[in-house]
Design a protein around this ligand. Sequence first.
Ligand code: GDP
Ligand code: IMO
Ligand code: MG
Length: 431
Amino acid sequence: MVLKANADRSPTCGLADVIVGIQWGDEGKGRVVDYHADSYDLIARFGGGDNAGHTIVCGKRKVALRIVPSGVLQNRPLLFIGGGTVVSLATLVSEFEMLANLGIDIERIRVSDRAHIVLPYHAAQERATEKRRGAHAIGTTGRGIGPAYVDKAGRVGITFGDLHRPTALAEKIAQRYRLHGDDAGAGVESPPVEAVIEETLTLGRRVLPHVVDGVRFIQEMLQRDCRVLIEGAQGTMLDVGYGTYPFVTSSHTIAGAACTGLGIGPRSIGSVVGVAKAYCTRVGAGPFPSELHGATAEWLRERGAEFGTVTGRPRRCGWFDAVAARYATQVNGLTSVILTKLDVLSGLERVGVVVSYARDGAPISMQSLADEPLQTEVEWHEGWGELPRDARRLRDLPGNAGRYVEALQRALQVPIQAVSFGAERSEMALS
Ligand code: GDP
Ligand code: IMO
Ligand code: MG
């Protein structure tokens, strides 16, 4: 199956479909990409790095991917790590090894020469910054993602293209230490420069055969009318410009960033599909208006196995947030939504949806959200029992579950094209 809004398109030019998370990450993007991947020739990541954890369950196989795109378990597509990403060489190499051990062909993986390398001093810097922030810490994944993007914007970053010139690369790292040694070093246990150079060159040699001219690569794929599926990381509410700033990641995660993260124009984009959980979660600090505490939160966390893939932290849980979802529809220009984890709500007597929030009685917008308790208006829906595992169409869902999906569709104001009700690849009902 091809993502819906795109299905009727005449196959005249190589358009690319985009999948993005529309909440605070972990919506199930990986499993949605895996489900569709065999209808595409290329799956491309455009941003973030190994702060992402995308889990795929297929039969006895359960694979958690951090940086390699989630189409890798399907045989058809090539996999592309685009120029907007920041990538740890150590994570990439260990992911290559994990996949090769599963018998998966990793020769299909390409990395853009424009992608930036996350170096060991980035994580060290981040640990120090988080410590200094104390009670105001962001609660990052600790992978050095923020400092790597800071280096990119500060024009002292190291790219995958630099791996082609090892001597110059070693000098760049040494220069980075000379120029920024102090702020990298203020209370920071940065690893010694020689060790960083040595590790980067060794891992770099392993990765180099996968490095391509990222712009030429993707442009050729599009010109050859290849079907491209672009995989978002994190979620809309974690976007550095349009999320719940400053409690966000350091990159743009919304659909618009697919273009800048791959070096393609907006006219290359076809469908923009948002992935949302049937409820909400957030890991790390920051505003979360529909957050629950107590027994229902525990229920969602246990039934939904809501523990971070990257850090193992318990995820905060809450009702579906229709205000945030509508905002996400707009800022991404969604054409449809895929809803995940509907099964986690099965067994609740009633299910809530937050439809508005206010401060001191006055409605507030996403932009003015602060990390504070809000008054929320909750719309209640009658619960349902276990969902039939063989459901393949939305009409196969029991009455109350179907009505809940319809209510979310009204809130989103775009069609819900599929609903998943289990982690296994096949547990998906289509409209
Ligand atoms: P991503 O970061 O958006 O790819 O999402 P994650 O993989 O971090 O988190 C989603 C988790 O929910 C994973 O463990 C999936 O295996 C699991 N999952 C995905 N869809 C469903 C579903 O429909 N039902 C249940 N119970 N689990 C699901
Ligand atoms: P996927 O792709 C959930 C969160 C962190 C923290 C904030 C900043 O699996 O959905 P960072 O390490 O990026 O500087 O952390 O963003 N965060 C995620 N939360 N899913 C993710 O990715 C996330 N990537 C980052 O918890 O609150
Ligand atoms: Mg995740």
